[in-house]
Design a protein around this ligand. Structure first.
Ligand code: SAM
Length: 361
C-alpha cells in the first residue's frame, strides 16, 4: 500500500494527539529559524521574484497544530521585518500548507484563520492536500518551500523486500545482521528515488531565485553499523519485544515495512548534487534534542511522541487498538530507560537532524 493511502499523525487535540506530543519536532523547527530568515532575505532581495508584489510560501508535510504554521509564521515575520527595515510596503503573501489527504486539515484551517488576522503583510491562505512526491503547485509559482520532519517518510516501503519476503527487522539477531546490507540498501534506494523526485518537482514549481529550507531526521554516521543506526531500528526493537511477548502477531511483524528512512549527510549531498536543480547554501547538523527542556525528554514523553506519529500506521497493519498502543508506550518507555537510552541522549544518539537551505541552481 502506498504511504499516501494510510499515513497521518494522531489527529485532534487529545492526550495522544500529535498536537500534544510533538515537542521534539517543534524544537527542530525553532532551530531552522535562522535558515528561513536568511532564505527570506535572499528571496526578498531579488527584484524579479517580487516584481509583482506577491510572494508564495508553502510548507510541505505540515501535519496539524502549532507546528503546522510554525515555519510559515517565521517566514511571515521575517518578510515583515525585512520590508520594515527597507521602509517599503511588504508584498502580499500567499501561504499554502500541504499534507497527505488523511491529515487533520480541520485543525489546520482553524490555525490558518489566525494567520489571516495579520494585517501586514496581507496574507491569504490555503491547504493543498496531496503527496509531495507528485506535482502540487503551478510551474514557477513558489518563492519559498519549507518542510520539517517529513521527508524521512517514503512514498512507499521498498517493494523488493516484500516480494522476497525479507523482513525489515529479523527477530533472529544473526540473520538480522547478515541481512542488514540488503535491507538498508533497499531502503536507501527507495529514499534516493523519492528525494530525487521531490527535488525535480520542486525545481519546476519554484520561481527563479526561489529557495527551499528543509529539515530531515537522519543518521549521524554514513555507514550502517548495525540496525540501530537507522531510524527504523528503535521502532522495530520495540515492536520486536511486543511480538516476542505475544502482544502483536509475530508473522504480521515480519511483514511490516515502515515507509521511513533516515539518510546520512553524505547521501543527502550526493542526491542533491546528482539531481542538479539545487545548490546547497547551508547544511547544519543538529543533535536530536539539543537545547530541549529535559522535562520533554523523559522516556514517557518520548514514547508518547512516538505513539502520536506511529499509531495510525501500526494500527492499520496490525489491526490493533488503543490497548495495543498503550502497551507500545509501556514497552517503549522501558526500552528507552534501559538499552535504548542512547537514542534520546543528546550527543550519542545515532539520529540527528539535517537542516538544509537550498537555492535553485
Ligand atoms: C512528523 S510530521 C511533521 C509535521 C510538521 N512538519 C512538524 O515538523 O511537526 C510528518 C508529516 O509529513 C506528512 N507526509 C509524509 N509523507 C508525505 C507526502 N508524501 N506528502 C505530503 N505529506 C507527507 C505526514 O502525513 C505528516 O503529517
Amino acid at each position: 500500500m502506498d504511504a499516501k493511502q494510510m499515513l497521518h499523525m494522531n489527529q485532534g487535540q487529545g492526550e495522544t494527539s500529535y498536537v500534544q506530543n510533538s515537542n521534539m519536532q517543534s524544537a527542530e523547527q525553532n532551530r531552522m529559524k535562522p535558515l528561513i530568515e536568511a532564505a527570506i532575505v535572499h528571496v526578498c532581495s531579488n527584484a524579479s521574484t517580487l516584481s509583482h508584489g506577491k510572494m508564495v510560501i508553502a510548507d510541505l508535510g505540515c501535519s496539524s497544530g502549532p507546528n503546522a504554521v510554525a515555519l510559515v509564521s517565521i517566514a511571515l515575520e521575517a518578510t515583515h521585518r525585512h520590508f520594515l527595515q527597507l521602509r517599503q510596503p511588504p508584498p502580499e503573501v500567499c501561504i499554502l500548507l500541504n499534507d497527505l489527504p488523511y491529515n487533520d486539515f480541520n485543525t489546520v484551517v482553524k490555525d490558518l484563520v489566525q494567520l489571516r488576522q495579520i494585517k501586514e503583510p496581507i496574507v491569504v491562505t490555503g491547504v493543498v492536500p496531496g503527496s509531495f512526491y507528485e506535482r502540487l503547485f503551478p510551474s514557477g509559482s513558489l518563492h519559498l518551500v519549507c518542510s520539517s520532519n517529513s521527508l524521512n517518510w517514503l512514498s512507499k516501503a521498498p517493494e523488493d523486500l516484500r516480494i522476497n519476503q525479507i523482513p525489515a527487522y529479523d527477530i533472529d539477531e544473526y540473520v538480522r545482521r547478515e541481512r542488514l546490507p540488503v535491507v538498508a540498501g533497499a531502503y536507501a534506494r527507495q529514499f534516493r528515488k523519492d528525494f530525487t523526485v521531490f527535488l525535480e518537482l520542486r525545481a519546476k514549481e519554484l520561481a527563479p531565485e526561489g529557495m527551499m529550507v528543509v529539515s530531515v531526521p537522519g543518521r549521524r554516521c554514513d555507514e550502517l553499523i548495525n540496525e540501530i543506526s537507522h531510524i527504523w531500528g528503535m521502532i522495530a526493537q520495540i515492536l520486536a519485544i511486543m511480538a516476542l511477548e505475544g502482544v502483536i502477531d509475530k508473522a504480521k511483524f515480519e511483514s511490516f515495512y515502515m515507509p521511513i528512512y533516515g539518510p546520512s549527510q553524505r547521501e543527502l549531498r550526493e542526491i542533491i548534487q546528482e539531481e542538479g536543480s539545487f545548490s546547497i547554501t547551508e547544511m547544519r547538523v543538529h543533535d536530536l534534542n539539543s537545547g530541549m527542556d529535559s522535562t520533554f525528554l523523559t522516556p514517557n514523553r518520548v514514547a508518547n511522541g512516538m505513539r502520536a506519529v506511529l499509531e495510525p500506521i501500526i494500527n492499520q497493519h496490525f489491526g490493533s487498538s488503543g490497548e495495543v498502543m498503550d502497551e507500545f508506550v509501556r514497552t517503549a518507555e522501558k526500552h528507552l530507560s534501559g538499552q535504548g537510552s542512547s537514542y534520546v541522549n543528546q550527543t550519542e544518539s545515532p539520529i540527528v537532524w539535517f537542516a538544509l537551505s537550498l537555492a535553485k541552481a
